[in-house]
Ligand binder design. Structure first.
Ligand code: NAD
Ligand code: TYD
Length: 333
């Protein structure tokens, strides 16, 4: 299949592009704006894959989309602004990408009658104290990030309802693994621990997330692309439900550091307490997670330890200024 992978230079999209090119012999075209989170280095091993093409452009730019989508049979959209903290300090770009961008892609798919898969998140359902969300749970997002992701999901559904476009939505829980930008909990804590920087834990550290290894999510998205029913959403939760402080303690153990590095900091405004997804529906399509959280976390810590070529440029660039602004302290060199 020839696939347009939007946002394929980011964390999850680059794993998905690699999986499809290497294991499924798909021809992959990546369209990516290369924001701070998008890096061509994430795709460097795909340069020689048959049919692989990289297009530098934004999903809200109809000309760039028309160029990239030529000859493709399906669009999988990962492109998004993805960090909750950044959505709180600067929501505007979240609206442009999530709303205008998704709409531009849907129009391109409608014009060419293409299959369309939207990559979404458990955060559209909001927080849940007990039990798990199913696909029929109401959308109740809390942050500008999750609200714009929910808005995009609704727009996608409307294109099936109104125009009969063959869409599906795949809602994942918190992903982790190699190539994740170190503003997110796990890579941030791993790199800080490796450098001896404090580990900034929000609030009481008892917020719970449901951890999903990135390759497991990539396989689920491929399953939905191939076998998901038109107009349906599929939840994809990971096997590791864990309070943040527990994740941080495990990272300290894996990096050989002690708990004196933990620093409790001011909580995120509107911080969702717990996310949890029921994934029975995607399991009926034949998907199940392969990676246990303990193994995936060990593999992730090892990858960051061994791949300083990847994170050194990040820690010396825009990220350093972002970190100082957000946490009110500088990173060590
Ligand atoms: P990421 O921030 O690592 O990557 C996002 C990519 O999108 C980057 O390459 C960026 O350059 C690109 N991009 C941003 N705006 C764009 C635009 N306007 N046009 C073209 N490209 C643009 O994000 P990620 O963690 O890989 O997340 C990918 C998708 O998966 C997102 O839609 C996110 O909402 C969803 N998701 C993420 C998680 C998670 O835990 N990270 C969990 C569930 C769902
Ligand atoms: P994050 O990786 O930003 O993902 P999300 O908010 O989309 O779930 O955060 C995961 C959890 O970790 C969340 O409860 C917030 C918390 N957190 C911290 O405690 N400290 C930090 O520095 C960051 C970035 C997150």
């Amino acid at each position: 299949m020839k696939l347009l992978v939007c946002g394929g230079a980011g964390f999850i999209g680059s794993h998905f592009a690699r999986l499809r090119a290497r294991e499924y012999d798909d021809e992959v075209v990546v369209l990516d704006k290369l924001t701070y989170a998008g890096r061509e280095e994430n795709l460097r091993d795909l340069a020689d894959a048959p049919g692989f093409r990289f297009v530098h452009g934004a999903i809200e730019d109809a000309d760039a989309v028309a160029d990239a989508v030529a000859g493709c049979e399906a669009i999988v959209n990962f492109a998004a602004e993805t960090h909750v903290d950044r959505s709180i300090s600067g929501p505007e770009v979240f609206l442009t990408t999530q709303m205008n961008g998704t709409w531009t892609l849907l129009e391109a798919a409608r014009e060419r009658e293409l299959r369309y898969v939207q990559v979404s998140t458990d955060e559209v359902y909001g927080s849940i104290d007990e039990g798990s969300f199913t696909e029929t749970s109401p959308l109740d997002p809390s942050s500008p990030y999750s609200a714009t992701k929910a808005g995009a999901d609704l727009l996608v559904s409307s294109y099936t309802h109104t125009y009969g476009l063959p869409t599906a939505i795949c809602r994942g829980s918190n992903n982790y693994g190699p190539f994740q930008y170190p503003e997110k909990l796990i890579p941030l804590m791993v790199l800080n621990a490796l450098h001896g920087d404090p580990l900034p834990v929000y609030g009481d550290g008892m917020n719970v997330r449901n951890w999903l290894y990135v390759e497991d999510f990539g396989r689920a998205i491929g399953t939905v692309l191939e076998r998901g029913a038109t107009g349906e959403a599929y939840n994809v939760g990971g096997p590791g439900e864990c309070p943040n402080i527990e994740v941080v303690r495990r990272i300290l153990e894996l990096t050989g550091r002690d708990e004196s590095l933990i620093e409790y900091v001011t909580d995120r405004p509107g911080h969702d307490r717990r996310y949890s997804l029921a994934s029975d529906k995607v399991r009926t399509l034949g998907w199940e997670p392969r990676m246990r959280f303990e193994d995936g976390l060990q593999r992730t810590v090892d990858w960051y330890r061994e791949n300083s070529w990847w994170w050194e440029p990040i820690r010396s660039g825009e990220y350093r200024a972002y970190y100082e602004r957000h946490y009110g302290r500088a990173l060590r060199d």
